[in-house]
Ligand binder design. Structure first.
Ligand SMILES: CC(C)(COP(=O)(O)OP(=O)(O)OC[C@H]1O[C@@H](n2cnc3c(N)ncnc32)[C@H](O)[C@@H]1OP(=O)(O)O)[C@@H](O)C(=O)NCCC(=O)NCCS
Length: 166
C-alpha cells in the first residue's frame, strides 16, 4: 500500500512555522474531514487559520510539537495546560503513516511529565476512531459554534499510566 515513509521527527514549534502549520491545518480539514462535516462546516473550521497572527499566537501559547518527514513539517499537535490536547492535524499527503500517533505519544509523555493523571480532547468525528484506538473513552457529545457554523465533537478522556510512562 504505497511507499513506506520513515518515522517522523519531532521538534518544538517556532513562530516562523506559523504559515506552514496554517496550511497543514486547512489541508487536513478540507481533505480528511469531508465524510463527517459539510462543506460549510469545513470552511468555517478552516477559517480559524485565516488570521495567521492569531493562529500563531494560539500555537505559541500552548505546547506545540511539529512532526517532520525529511525535515519538512507534515503535522502538529498542541497540549493546553497539563492535560488537554487542543490541536492535532496531519497533512493529507502524510496521513495514515503514524504521524498523529508519534505526536500523541509525545504529548501523552509530556502531559505525564507535567503531572497529569489523565488527558482530554474534544475529538472531531473523523478523529474519534483514532483516539478510541489509543484508549480514549467518549465522555460527552458537544455542539460548538465556529465562525457561525455548528460542529459536533466528542469529549474523550484517557487515564495515563502512573508518571505518564508509555
Ligand atoms: C485524525 C488525524 C490527526 C489522524 O492522523 P494520521 O497521522 O493519519 O493518524 P495515524 O497514521 O497515526 O493513525 C493511527 C491509527 O489510527 C487510525 N486512524 C487514523 N485516522 C482514522 C480515521 N479517520 N478513522 C479510522 N481510523 C483512523 C489509523 O488507521 C491507524 O491505525 P493502525 O495503528 O491500526 O494502523 C488526521 O486524520 C487529521 O489531521 N484529521 C483532520 C483534522 C482533525 O480532525 N484533527 C483532530 C482534531 S481533535
Amino acid at each position: 500500500m504505497g511507499q513506506t515513509l520513515p518515522k517522523p521527527g519531532l521538534r518544538p514549534f517556532l513562530p516562523a512555522d506559523t504559515s506552514i502549520l496554517a496550511a497543514i491545518f486547512v489541508a487536513a480539514i478540507q481533505e480528511l474531514t469531508g465524510d463527517d462535516y459539510s462543506e460549510a462546516q469545513q470552511e468555517a473550521w478552516a477559517a480559524i487559520a485565516d488570521d495567521e497572527e492569531e493562529f500563531g499566537k494560539k500555537l505559541a501559547g500552548e505546547l506545540t510539537l511539529i512532526a517532520t518527514l525529511r525535515n519538512a513539517p507534515v503535522g502538529f499537535a498542541s497540549l493546553k495546560g497539563k492535560d488537554h490536547i487542543d490541536m492535532l492535524y496531519v497533512h493529507p499527503s502524510a496521513a495514515g503513516q503514524g504521524v498523529a500517533s508519534a505526536l500523541c505519544d509525545a504529548l501523552e509523555k509530556l502531559a505525564g511529565g507535567r503531572g497529569a493523571k489523565s488527558l482530554t480532547v474534544e475529538a472531531s468525528d473523523n478523529a474519534e476512531p483514532f483516539f478510541k484506538k489509543r484508549g480514549y473513552v467518549a465522555k460527552q457529545r458537544n455542539s460548538v459554534t465556529v465562525n457561525g457554523e455548528w460542529l459536533a465533537n466528542t469529549t474523550m478522556q484517557k487515564t495515563l499510566e502512573s508518571g505518564g510512562q508509555a
